[in-house]
Design a protein around this ligand. Structure first.
Ligand code: ATP
Ligand code: MG
Length: 283
């Protein structure tokens, strides 16, 4: 049995639950408590505040966890990062009132900076030889300059909309963060085996995300061109059709590139193009 810690509620909860579900690990959400058990995999889910996840994994109360890289860095917990998971993307940035001139990092010398991430900020300032004071506040960091609590802020940014609506501008990005899968330092062999099985499933799920399965009929003479348009994982599958001079070509395409590829394929004579959802990619 292994135990995974995930965020109980908040921005990472839904995607964390979805990843488990897509990996065929079913937790009964209706009966959800502090601790849940999977019906079809030897795994327990511990629902926590995200701040607590790195330490709970480091001290062995949970074996693995899903949490933002920002929290891992801030707590400095002794955990291993097994995978970047591709969701919960954000950055930790320095921002200042938008009317201020920004000459570079020296701007922050002698200034007060409000943040909920004092450890990451302290390290960054030290590395860059900047002497600023850090005002730790737990929430609503973005209002600190207007409220006269600090001159600048160091906070999570995703779209930047919150900064703009508080009259601030982003001037330095210190950390790019996303959800990561972490593991404790000394896990016994039997748990490592189960974690490997979970990793294998998670990898299949993440590989299939943002991809579509595409198939079409194509004049046989256009196959070479089509392979250039659709490189696929190894190379596309080509099968002859009953109609002389035609074949069926199957491949995988990134959703972002789908329409460009479809247009290019139509130009070289592709017909009857089907685009299907891809459930899992197992390498
Ligand atoms: P908890 O109650 O678990 O302590 P929280 O309020 O500290 O939750 P959330 O706002 O739910 O945290 O964010 C969780 C994580 O989601 C962040 O630590 C960060 O890694 C990531 N994240 C992604 N985008 C954003 C964003 N726009 N604002 C805040 N966090 C974001
Ligand atoms: Mg938190």
């Amino acid at each position: 049995m292994i135990r995974i810690a995930i965020q109980a509620k908040g921005r990472l909860n839904e995607e964390s639950c979805l990843l488990l579900r897509d990996a065929g690990i079913t937790i009964d959400e209706a009966k959800r408590k502090f601790l849940g058990k999977a019906a079809d995999f030897p795994l327990e889910v511990l629902y926590l505040r995200d701040d607590d996840i790195p330490e709970v994994v480091a001290d062995g109360s949970a074996d693995i966890g899903i949490v933002g890289l920002n929290e891992v860095e801030e707590t400095g917990a002794g955990v291993k990062i097994l995978r970047r998971l591709g969701f919960g993307n954000c950055r930790l940035s320095l921002a200042i009132p938008k009317g201020e001139d920004y000459p570079g990092l020296s701007y922050f010398d002698g200034k007060a900076i409000a943040t909920s991430y004092p450890n990451i900020l302290r390290k960054y300032l030290e590395e860059n030889g900047i002497k600023a004071s850090i005002r730790e506040i737990k929430g609503s960091v973005e209002i600190a300059p207007a409220a006269g609590i600090a001159d600048a802020i160091f906070d999570i940014v995703s779209s930047g909309g919150t900064l703009v609506s508080n009259g601030l501008k982003e001037v330095e990005t210190v950390l790019h963060s996303e959800a990561v899968l972490i593991a404790g330092p000394d896990l016994p062999e039997d748990k490592l085996e189960l974690i490997d099985a979970v990793l294998f499933r998670f990898d299949s799920v993440t590989l299939s995300r943002g991809k579509k399965y595409i198939l079409m009929n194509l004049p046989a003479k256009a196959v070479e061109e089509a392979v250039k348009i659709l490189p696929a994982m190894r190379s596309p599958t080509v099968m002859p059709l009953a109609a002389e001079g035609w074949c069926s070509l199957h491949s995988v395409v990134r959703e972002k590139e789908l329409w460009d590829k479809v247009e290019a394929l139509k130009k070289i004579g592709a017909e009857g193009i089907l685009v299907l959802n891809l459930d899992k990619v197992i390498l």
